[in-house]
Design a protein around this ligand. Sequence first.
Ligand code: SF4
Length: 153
Amino acid sequence: MTSVVLEEIPDRITLALEISNCQGNCVGCHSPFLRSDIGEELTPDVVDALIADNFGVNCFLLLGEGNDLQALLGIARHLRERHPRIETALYSGRESVSEQEIWDLFDYVKTGPYKAECGPLNSRTTNQRLYHHGEDITSRFWHRGIDPAASKA
Ligand code: SF4
């Protein structure tokens, strides 16, 4: 599924795509259907068509890594080469991302599996982190959500 979103990446108009074949195993997974091999293959042509159909977006976000790293990196390279004005973003469900190519090819990288008890990015108790060129910008979400710690005060 694709959608244009404003909340996932700060100050960006983001075209977000859910990526299936998730290799994660989050307890309380919010999207179990993404663990299956479903949907249309994401190719450079599909990327071009989506961008043409969503004029004005300035960030392209992959919600998940799937099960084919080289294909994922190929999509990011294509975006860099053919759509240099559009930033690239990846939501990884992994605790940490060690592949340097991912950090090089994606402007934004989100790490951390989904843990319901910790909350999403806009909770100060979240275990997840959003990085922009390696800088942790997670705190930019914290004015948007309910802060469980503050609400107890
Ligand atoms: S990263 Fe975790 S929450 Fe997201 S689809 Fe995969 S298992 Fe579910």
